[in-house]
Unconditional design. Structure first.
Length: 323
């Protein structure tokens, strides 16, 4: 593999400069929530789970309106290469590309970007855009979580080895914490109608080239998906560089997670929750019959910049073979 670059491509940091949609590779992207991706944020209430490894989720107020804000920890590019990109038959050309395609923030941006492109934002809890936290905001949030009022901003600390609240390494030096502004929804359990939609929605997400990969019950609110931090959205190197048998196994794992959630709802709800027969059949030895595969999405036809994606894949995405 080519040697890792020591520093990742910088994100926009100047408040007066218009911010670009992210990630910065051809394909679906999420636009900033405000023109410069900055906002005055009031952190009201923690909404996440204590064991969340990718992010902090908070109820916030921005300009008096309430939202859910998902602020993402940093991920080291080498960790992403090993844990997420390890099954690629062709390595990506540089470390930044592992960030672009496998980092949880970018995974969510790409999935939500596709939903906006195809006007199917009804298939998940809505995302309104991304924000970049200021050093003061990221420090305020870290102090709220840890209860330590002495914490200082980490962005330019003397040592950045991942052993800090936002998990910054040297390659993240100076980069702002990234967050996605989402619809604020209640934590109620889905009613029978909402539950029925979960399998239909997931099938539709697959048809849009979005492989969610993480469909356990904790990623649903009121029957709607709220988390795409592990998703792969076509065009995605993993969806074309991982073998059929491995992808089929991953698909089975995703469908089984949703089926298990249906079982949990059926056992705990006072309402009658119908468990989709087709979902049960796929998880009971018939996964090979499932045809609505995300890798089949025709990105050249549907993506607004399909030709740019094709050129990127052919010339820039993968490591060149040694001569």
């Amino acid at each position: 593999m080519a040697s890792s670059i020591s520093r990742l491509a910088p994100l926009p940091k100047v408040p007066s400069r218009p911010a670009a949609p992210l990630p910065r590779v051809p394909g679906p992207k999420l636009a900033p929530f405000t023109p410069n991706a900055r906002a005055d944020i009031e952190f009201v209430e923690f909404l996440g789970r204590e064991n969340d490894v990718d992010s902090q989720v908070w109820k916030v107020k921005v300009n008096g309106a309430s939202f859910a804000l998902k602020a993402f920890y940093f991920c080291h590019s080498e960790t992403l290469r090993q844990n997420q990109g390890g099954d690629l038959t062709r390595p990506l050309a540089n470390s930044q590309l592992y960030i672009d395609y496998f980092d949880p923030f970018n995974c969510e941006c790409r999935a939500y970007g596709r939903l906006k492109e195809r006007q199917r934002e009804n298939l998940a809890v809505q995302a309104y855009g991304y924000l970049l936290l200021t050093p003061q905001q990221e420090t305020e949030l870290a102090r709220k979580v840890t209860g330590d009022p002495s914490l200082l901003p980490y962005a330019n600390a003397g040592t950045l080895d991942g052993d800090n609240f936002w998990k910054r390494y040297e390659e993240h030096r100076g980069l702002p914490v990234r967050a996605i502004v989402k619809e604020l929804v209640s934590r109620k359990a889905p009613n029978p109608h909402d539950a029925q939609r979960m399998w239909v929605d997931l099938d539709n997400l697959h048809s849009l080239g979005i492989f969610v990969r993480d469909t356990h019950g904790g990623n649903y609110l009121g029957g709607k998906l709220v988390d795409f931090s592990r998703s792969w959205t076509m065009y995605h190197p993993a969806l074309v560089q991982i073998g059929d048998s491995k992808l089929q196994l991953l698909m089975l794992e995703e469908l089984q997670q949703l089926l298990d959630y249906y079982y949990d709802l059926s056992n705990s709800s006072s309402d009658e929750i119908d468990i989709p027969e087709t979902l049960e059949s796929y998880c009971s030895g018939e996964i090979a019959k499932y045809k609505n595969l995300p890798r089949a999405y025709n990105w050249l036809r549907w993506d607004e910049n399909g030709e740019a994606v094709k050129a990127h894949v052919e010339s820039e995405l993968f490591e060149k073979p040694a001569l």
